[in-house]
Design a binder for this molecule. Structure first.
Ligand code: NCD
Length: 316
C-alpha cells in the first residue's frame, strides 16, 4: 500500500519533484507494469474520470494517458483537436477548464502557450497535469524518461546523459534536465546548433544545483562517452521562419555507423515523433529503446501518476 505523496496535487513542472516523489512514482510504475503484464487491468480508478484536453497534436502522450485510465478501470473525456469543442467558438482556456472540471476528477492539458497549465491550475478545482505547455515543460514525459533510465542504470548519479537536437524548444529536454539535476554527480552534455541552444536561464539554474554541463555543436565529441543518448526533433511549429527550419532540421542524423561508436551498455532515447533524425537502421540496435521500452513505460508511469494523484492511498 502506498500513501501517495502527490495526492490531489497538480503536476505542472518537473521542478516540483523530490527524490522521494520520484522513488514512489517509479515503484508504483513498476507495479503497474506487472499489473498490465499479468492481469491486464485493475480497478484502482473505478468511478474516476479524466479529461484529456489537447490543444496541440499528440499521439503517445494522449494515447498513453487514455490507455492508462482504461487499464485502471476509469473513464475519460477525449478532446483532441479542440475544433469540435466550444474553443472553436472563442471560449477561453479558463472557462473550458472550469467546464471539464465539473465533469471529471482530473484534467490532462496540452496547450501551445508556456505557463498555460499553471493558469489552468489556478482556475481548476481539480488537479491539472501539464502534458506540454508550449516550449515550457512536459513533466510526465520526464518521469517516463527517468523511469526508462533507472531501469538500465541502478546508479543514476554516476551516468552521463547527452541531449541532442532542439534544446531551445524541446520541452521534454527541459523537464528531464530538471529531474536529472536532483542527482548532481550526473554529467550532462548539451549538443545543439548555436541557434537551438538550451535556454541560458535554465542552464544557470541547473548549474547552481551542482550538475556539470558541457555544451558543444559536435556530437562526435561526446558520442563514445555517454550512457544515455537522448535525441530530439527540431520543433518546426516553434519557428516563425520556415527557411531557417528547413536549413537546420537535419543538423543531426543518427545512423548505425555513428551508433557503433557508442558504449555497449548505453541506451538511445527519443520522445518521438522523429522526423528523420534517427535512421531506420538504428531501430534494430539493441541500444535503441525509443520504440519499445520508452513508449510502453509512458503508459506504466502515467498509470502511476493517475493512481497517486487521484487516491490518498494506492493498493496494487
Ligand atoms: C514531445 C512533445 O510533445 O513535447 N512528444 C511527446 O510528448 N512524446 C516531443 C516532440 O513533440 O518533439
Amino acid at each position: 500500500m502506498y500513501k501517495s505523496l502527490i495526492f490531489n496535487k497538480d503536476i505542472l513542472s518537473a521542478d516540483q519533484f523530490t527524490k522521494d516523489n520520484l522513488k514512489q512514482i517509479i515503484e508504483v510504475a513498476h507495479k503497474m507494469r506487472r499489473v498490465v503484464e499479468k492481469q491486464k487491468y485493475s480497478q484502482v480508478l473505478k468511478g474516476k474520470v479524466m479529461t484529456a484536453l489537447f490543444y496541440e497534436p499528440s499521439s503517445r502522450t494522449y494515447g498513453s494517458f487514455i490507455s492508462a485510465m482504461q487499464h485502471l478501470g476509469g473513464g475519460f473525456i477525449p478532446i483532441q483537436g479542440v475544433t469540435y469543442s466550444s474553443v472553436s467558438k472563442g471560449e477561453t482556456l479558463t472557462d473550458t477548464i472550469r467546464t471539464f472540471a465539473s465533469f471529471s476528477d482530473i484534467i490532462v492539458l496540452r496547450h501551445p502557450e508556456i505557463g498555460s497549465a499553471k493558469i489552468a491550475a489556478e482556475f481548476s478545482p481539480k488537479p491539472i497535469i501539464n502534458a506540454g505547455d508550449g516550449v515550457g515543460e512536459h513533466p510526465s514525459q520526464a518521469l517516463l524518461d527517468f523511469y526508462t533510465i533507472t531501469d538500465h542504470f541502478s546508479q543514476v548519479s554516476n551516468i552521463t546523459v547527452t541531449f541532442v537536437g532542439d534544446l531551445l524548444n524541446g520541452r521534454t529536454v527541459h523537464s528531464l534536465a530538471r529531474v536529472l539535476s536532483l542527482f548532481p554527480k550526473i554529467k550532462i552534455n548539451l549538443v545543439s546548433p548555436q541557434i537551438l541552444k538550451f535556454p541560458p536561464e535554465l542552464l544557470e539554474k541547473l548549474k547552481q544545483r551542482g550538475v556539470i554541463f558541457y555544451e558543444t555543436e559536435k556530437l562526435e565529441k561526446v558520442i563514445a562517452k555517454c550512457d544515455v543518448l537522448y535525441i530530439t526533433r527540431v520543433q518546426k511549429e516553434r519557428f516563425s521562419d520556415l527557411d531557417t527550419y528547413e536549413k537546420i532540421k537535419h543538423y543531426y542524423i543518427l545512423s548505425a555507423d555513428k551508433v557503433s561508436l557508442m558504449k555497449r551498455k548505453s541506451i538511445i532515447m527519443h520522445p518521438f515523433p522523429r522526423v528523420g533524425e534517427i535512421l531506420a537502421d538504428v531501430d534494430l540496435d539493441p541500444r535503441s529503446v525509443y520504440l519499445t521500452e520508452q513508449m510502453r513505460n509512458g503508459m506504466y508511469v502515467r498509470m502511476a501518476i493517475l493512481a497517486l494523484v487521484l487516491n490518498k492511498t494506492v493498493r496494487i
